[in-house]
Write a protein that binds this ligand. Structure first.
Ligand code: ATP
Ligand SMILES: CCCCCCCCCCCCC/C=C/[C@@H](O)[C@H](CO)NC(C)=O
Ligand code: CA
Length: 534
């Protein structure tokens, strides 16, 4: 044992073996770093931070191995295995393992104990989780994905679980209002964006109820929800997982849960006439994305390709919607939607924006701070109105609807796509799938906002002249949609993939209202293959 002179905790260094190779292994308990290197050339050097060690186990070298050439004529070897995070391509994480052995049983135990002590210091890791599985999400593989890929990792990491297979829509949400939530260090949902939305509504709703906050009041200061949500992707789009982790991979997500990552996330509330409708974290879309969702819900039997089918059909229908958008610009944030400053792990734009909001709150008082500023008003005919709380990246659109939207800056990117030709709209949609700038069109506008409202034209007209509704609607029907004979009362918003039927809405972004077991998308340089070979 190496004793540092300055009273720091000693570093453990030993000569151990890996298979037939001798190696030196060091555990720096102060830095929380496990390092090993070959005793002979090529002297490769590896290191793993304790924060990325999943588990340490004593390993039995079985009879067969002992009698093989490797261990023959040797005293009984004692071994331990370290399981740790290995970074693969495209933000994908895997569980790797390395077995070390020696003939000194005491030394082996010292290593096991020291590593376990270090793991005990990782206090942000969950020990007990509540898991909801939607057996019907995506390709209906949620249960299998959990049992085969996730449960074994949780058990390796000594995480205990209570698992509920949902029996109907809203099962998870309703259950979260009743369950003894204090028992758990987090809630995991296995499914798609709809399941995340359910769990989020359950947890945020429960937190407000317990704190006596009325969700129907659009101005109420909501209480932050501190129970972290883990998302095991098993849905059709998995946008929330993809945009917060970088990939929709169940093993990667399970590992982020195990190491106890925390990612604060903005949540927006949607109200209509002082009645709470819904929260969302990814996309609130009207026009194109609302219509795609409405049509695709009728085609759930098609599975995940329903979105492609309905997308094509909606594209051909080329409906546009007339109305007024009012928004309050997000002055507190340093970013802007076209600045190419992407939200990455430890994002300083998110940190500084949150600080700025807190300062405003201190200066002007809760409730009075948020409405400050000048509202802007835009009237027009829109093919799509999208409010992206995050990039909305997903496998269909790897950079998302607003590539530089921030996860936790207290703002959303409001994208207005004005009426244009089918060909131009196609060019816009195609840019969701390639590297070109989707905001570089004369018919597309994007604003970073704190709040916004939308009122549909036919409702504005209704307000001014209620008697003539039938005539007016018929008039608009003929004028705007002469070919497709569409139903003008299509008022569906796509709210995190859930339908919301109200054309007039009021939206407010709540900075960092909830937390995920994630860390955001890592910078490419830190997502090299680990353990880091030095
Ligand atoms: N047992 C169940 N039976 C029917 N519906 C359920 C059940 N459990 C959950 N749901 C509902 O199913 C809806 C869709 O589920 P989910 O989001 O998991 O999959 P998806 O829609 O295929 O994926 P995505 O939202 O990523 O496109 C959710 O809104 C949820 O409320
Ligand atoms: C003809 C080329 C068309 C290409 C169109 C690509 C568009 C990709 C759009 C991806 C949608 C991302 C937004 C995600 C929304 C989710 O909340 C929701 C629920 O999972 N998913 C959908 C598809 O509405
Ligand atoms: Ca945001």
């Amino acid at each position: 044992m190496e004793q540092p002179p300055d009273g720091r905790r000693p570093r453990l260094i030993s000569s151990l073996a890996q298979g037939q190779r001798s190696c030196e292994v060091s555990l720096d308990r102060e830095l929380g770093l496990l390092t090993w290197w070959d005793a002979q050339p090529p002297r490769r050097n590896f290191s793993v931070p304790a924060s990325e060690i999943i588990a340490v186990e004593e390993t039995k070298i079985d009879e067969k191995q002992c009698n093989s050439g490797k261990w023959q004529k040797m005293e009984k070897p004692h071994a331990f295995t370290v399981y740790y995070v290995k970074r693969a391509r495209n933000y994908c994480w895997r569980c790797n393992e390395e077995t070390f052995w020696c003939i000194d049983e005491q030394l082996c135990n010292q290593w096991i104990n020291s590593l376990k002590e270090l793991l005990d210091l990782q206090t942000s890791r969950p020990k007990h989780l509540l898991v909801y599985i939607n057996p019907y999400g995506g390709k209906q593989k949620g249960k299998r994905i959990y049992e085969q890929k996730v449960a074994p990792l949780f058990s390796l990491a000594s995480i205990s679980t209570d698992v509920i297979i949902t029996e109907h829509a809203n099962h998870a949400k309703d259950n979260l209002f009743e369950v003894n939530i204090e028992k758990y260090d987090g809630v995991v949902c296995v499914g798609g964006d709809g399941m995340v939305s359910e769990v989020m509504h359950g947890l945020i709703g429960r937190t407000q109820k317990d704190s006596g906050i009325d969700q129907n009041n659009p101005k109420a200061p909501l209480v932050q929800c501190n129970v972290r949500i883990g998302i095991i992707p098993a849905g059709s789009t998995d946008c929330i997982c993809y945009a917060t982790v970088g990939i929709n991979d169940p093993v990667t997500s399970a590992l982020h849960i195990i190491v106890g990552d925390t990612l604060p996330l903005d949540v927006s509330s949607v109200h209509h006439n002082n009645a709470f409708l819904k929260y969302y974290v990814s996309l609130l879309g009207y026009g194109f994305y609302g219509d795609v969702l409405k049509d695709s819900e009728k085609k759930r039997w098609m599975g995940t390709i329903r979105y492609d089918f309905s997308g094509f059909k909606t594209f051909l229908s080329h409906h546009y919607y007339e109305g007024t958008v009012s928004y309050l610009p997000a002055k507190h944030t340093l970013g802007s939607p076209r600045d190419k400053k992407y939200c990455r792990t430890g994002c300083c734009i998110c940190r500084q924006s949150k600080q700025q909001l807190e300062e405003q709150r201190k200066k002007y008082g809760i409730g009075r701070d948020e409405g400050r500023g000048e509202w802007k008003v835009i009237k027009g005919k829109f093919l799509a109105i999208n409010a992206a709380n995050m990039s909305c990246a997903c496998p269909r659109s790897p950079k998302g609807l607003s590539p530089t939207a921030h996860l936790a800056d207290g703002s959303a990117d409001l994208i207005l796509v004005r009426k244009c030709s089918r060909f131009d709209f196609l060019r816009y949609l195609v840019r969701h799938t390639n590297q070109d700038d989707q905001f570089d069109f004369t018919f597309v506008e994007v604003y970073r906002v704190k709040k916004f409202q939308f009122t549909s034209k036919h409702l504005e007209d209704d307000d001014s002249d209620v008697k003539d509704v039938g005539k007016k609607h018929f008039g608009q029907f003929c004028r705007d949609h002469p070919v497709c004979c569409c139903n003008l009362t299509n008022n569906t918003w796509n709210c995190d993939g859930e339908m919301l039927n109200s054309s007039t809405i009021e939206v407010r972004v709540h900075c960092q209202l909830m937390k995920l077991f994630a860390r955001g998308i890592e910078e490419k340089s830190t997502s090299n293959h680990s353990p880091i070979e030095q």
